[in-house]
Design a binder for this molecule. Structure first.
Ligand code: UDX
Ligand code: ADP
Length: 480
């Protein structure tokens, strides 16, 4: 029986290994992590991450050919294939701070693999890493190998949160990069056979190591670029009276461009886009390509601009001050159907409003109060370190309260901001919300999910990203 071990039981490692276990009943899969609470949660009824469809799969496979454990060394030692899916946060200090990937967790995982191994292994990079990381890892393994042979593969994961299970079941492609040597080809073939249990062979792309590593950064940069492009257009739409949804539709019907990923929003979030672009920028700078670095940096600048613009719209519409006004935030996760808040635009919007002394009341169906408080008190770039390395009791931000109900959060509020596109926000009783708010009552829709005409009929002053502006808002331009 082939044995797989995955180091890192996070958003990538957990769902990916659960699907491999489901689709390959003849393979034994162990997911290991140094975080005891995380592994305990994977072994309980309350999984540590929310992902539609995941619980069913875990329940079907757990204890049969899927195991979650903190005994990292034992499972690594026994495995034929070791996936490494630890976090690669942005460096906060030293060389490349604020841009380069911090490979501390990766390096310690590699040293541990070399230390405990007693048989040959294939080591698979699953977390997104800078180009040429495989080479560095290879060096660590080779110099500590005691005669054991390691083959390094890059197998970046393209799943998106909220749709992880369907993405894993039907991937557009699986990408496997390896050394172009007989041993390298053999290792690629071994991993290919695992995926071939459910992915058509013509969708499994094989490349050299560096192409696979760079393709992942490039794919995320291209996707983020589409969002920044449509968000840049949204600002122009507001100034000209065009409607960004109509523009995006018209542009997206060009088959060369395509309709997906053109929804204007308050900004993109998530653990990947910004981090990977910063990484790309750093790699370009290190390789003497400042123009290319500047080009990609602009994608992040527009994303920051969009978040600032949103805050400025709120403040300027409300007579240029939100001091002591209650602002209700609907949605804190970086997108719907996940409880993940890493790099969510809600953090920047809330911090912007808190900077103007607003009282904030937040409701999100999947994010806990503890997480929100942690996010709002954490320093930029500290967000992607494992929970057990973050401050245990974050300082509570006093002007922030967290509610478990949208009606409670919006009661007596001056304004409502929709920051995540949760389906339930579309069907709230907005008449009831309006009746319980201060007047004039404002709604700022950062995801373009609400029925604007209906809201205006009720009496709200409405702002939707990239849509023709209310007369009220036209008179109060947002200064950025
Ligand atoms: C992304 C990539 O899609 C995935 O392939 C990669 O493996 C990891 O990074 P993820 O961050 O989970 O996945 O979610 P994604 O659906 O890409 O959304 C990222 C952000 O962009 C979210 O904040 C989302 O709300 C925003 N977004 C997405 C928009 O603002 N507009 C869009 O049209 C699409
Ligand atoms: P991702 O979104 O990439 O899956 P996460 O932060 O959700 O990232 O998960 C990464 C996991 O890796 C964390 O649970 C962390 O505890 C774990 N981890 C980090 N370093 C090690 C290590 N050396 N050994 C085992 N697990 C590790």
């Amino acid at each position: 029986m082939v044995k797989i071990c995955c180091i890192g039981a996070g958003y990538v490692g957990g769902p990916t290994m659960a699907v491999i276990a489901l689709k390959c009943p003849h393979v034994e899969v162990a997911v290991v992590d140094i975080s005891v609470p995380r592994i305990n949660a994977w072994n309980s009824d309350q999984l540590p991450i929310y992902e539609p469809g995941l619980e069913d799969i875990v329940k079907q496979c757990r204890g049969k050919n899927l195991f979650f454990s903190t005994d990292v060394e034992k499972h690594v030692r026994e495995a034929d294939i070791v996936f490494v899916s630890v976090n690669t946060p942005t460096k906060t200090t030293g060389l490349g701070a604020g841009k380069a990937a911090d490979l501390t967790y990766w390096e310690s995982a590699a040293r541990m693999i070399a230390d405990v191994s007693v048989s040959d292994k294939i080591v698979v990079e699953k977390s997104t890493v800078p180009v040429k990381t495989a080479e560095a890892i290879e060096k660590i393994l080779m110099h500590n190998s005691k005669g054991i042979k390691f083959q390094i593969l890059s197998n970046p994961e393209f799943l998106a949160e909220g749709t992880a299970i369907t993405d894993l079941f039907n991937p557009d492609r699986v990408l496997i990069g390896g050394r172009e040597t007989p041993e390298g080809f053999k290792a690629v073939q071994t991993l290919k056979e695992v995926y071939a249990n459910w992915v058509p062979e013509n969708q499994i792309i094989t490349t050299n190591l560096w192409s696979a590593e760079l393709s992942k950064l490039a794919a995320n940069a291209f996707l983020a670029q589409r969002i920044s492009s449509v968000n840049a257009m949204s600002a122009l739409c507001e100034s000209t009276g065009a409607d960004v949804t109509q523009v995006a539709y018209a542009v997206g019907t060009d088959s060369r461009i395509g309709p997906k990923f053109l929804n204007a929003s308050v900004g993109f979030g998530g653990s990947c886009f910004q981090k990977d672009i910063l990484n790309l920028v750093y790699i370009c700078q290190c390789n003497g390509l400042p123009e290319v670095a500047e080009y990609w940096k602009q994608v992040i600048k527009i994303n920051d601009y969009q978040k600032n613009r949103f805050v400025n719209r709120i403040v300027s519409s409300m007579f240029n001050t939100v001091s002591n006004k209650k602002v209700a935030i609907l949605g804190f996760a970086f997108k719907k159907d996940t409880g993940d808040t890493r790099e969510t635009p809600a953090i920047d919007v809330c911090k912007g409003l808190l900077g103007d002394k607003a009282q904030i009341s937040i409701y999100d169906p999947q994010v806990t109060e503890d997480q929100i408080q942690r996010d709002l008190s954490m320093k930029k770039f500290d967000w992607d370190h494992p929970l057990h390395l973050q401050p245990m009791s974050p300082t509570t931000v006093k002007q922030v309260s967290v509610k478990w109900d949208a009606y409670e959060a919006t009661k007596d509020a001056h304004a409502v901001c929709v920051l995540t596109e949760w389906d339930e926000f579309k069907s709230l009783d907005y008449q009831k919300i309006f009746d319980n708010m201060q007047k004039p009552a404002f709604i700022f829709d950062g995801r373009n999910v609400l029925n604007v005409d209906k809201l205006r009929e009720i009496g709200f002053i409405v702002y939707s990203i990239g849509k023709p502006l209310d007369a009220w808002l036209k008179d109060m331009p947002a200064f950025v």
